[in-house]
Design a protein around this ligand. Structure first.
Ligand code: GLP
Length: 241
């Protein structure tokens, strides 16, 4: 694992955006795996700025997002499709039909998940997967479990994730209880992985991921076994490492 320590969130965002920009420049038709949550927002802001200043071209790449709430439509302002449109896709020259997010409106979960795996396979796999980190070590929506889930699947969100994500919803009962997420196997198949982590509240879990045992109880700990992982984290997040 390569670890970059930054002084704060802004520097973390800039560093992560540089790594993504380098990927786009080196392989203009690359497949980016993208993430939601508050941590990557600054990374997307930098990418949008560089696009606007003429330094980046998104027109030949594709993207696949990690996850989507089950039951939310793309127009719902809490859906991850909506998040991606407003934070990135609407502001750059990416072809919308080359951006993929699991279909939260497909009620048949097997169908939704199989279709998503097929999309990733048809694209030829993911070149660079961006990840945020949940407080319990989840990546995408792969929650602590007895074993590592391999492919895209439907999950019941844990109480801690519901609590962490309720800040984005009007009331707690509006938070969906299920989501479709890439599996750990899907994530581990990406050629490169980039993890962004910020803040004191992530310090304990980040230390476990870097130095603790590899266990499905801490899903992101499996990243220790991936050959090309870069963690970009600020001082606060790295304070226990
Ligand atoms: C959600 C997402 C994850 C994300 C996590 C952390 O649960 N499914 O992909 O990494 O939140 O979010 P934040 O960056 O807001 O702490």
């Amino acid at each position: 694992m390569k670890i970059y320590r930054t002084k704060d969130y802004d520097e973390m965002s800039k560093k992560a955006a540089h790594i993504i920009a380098a990927q786009i420049v080196l392989k203009p038709d690359c497949v980016l795996g993208l993430a939601t949550g508050s941590t990557p927002v600054g990374t997307y802001k930098n990418l949008v700025e560089w696009y606007k200043s003429g330094d980046l071209d998104f027109s030949t790449l594709s993207s696949c997002n990690l996850d989507e709430y089950r039951g939310l439509s793309p127009e719902n302002d809490q859906s991850y499709r909506y998040f991606m449109n407003t934070n990135l896709f609407d502001h750059v020259n990416i072809r919308k039909d080359h951006t993929f997010v699991p279909d939260g409106q497909e009620a048949d979960s097997n169908k939704a998940c199989q279709m998503y795996e097929q999309i990733i396979q048809d694209l030829g796999g993911i070149d660079l997967q961006l990840l945020g980190l949940g407080h319990n070590g989840h990546i995408g929506f792969n929650e602590p479990a007895e074993e590592f889930p391999k492919t895209t699947h439907c999950v019941d969100l844990t109480e801690s994730t519901i609590q962490a994500n309720k800040r984005f919803f009007e009331k707690e009962s509006d938070v969906p209880r299920q989501a479709y997420t890439m599996g750990i196997g899907t994530i581990m198949s990406a050629k490169k992985i980039l993890v962004v982590v910020s803040g004191e509240d992530k310090a304990e879990i980040l230390n476990k991921i870097i130095n603790g045992p590899v266990t499905p109880q801490v899903p992101a700990s499996i990243l220790q076994l991936h050959p090309d992982v870069t963690i970009v984290a600020d001082n606060a997040a790295l304070s226990q490492v």
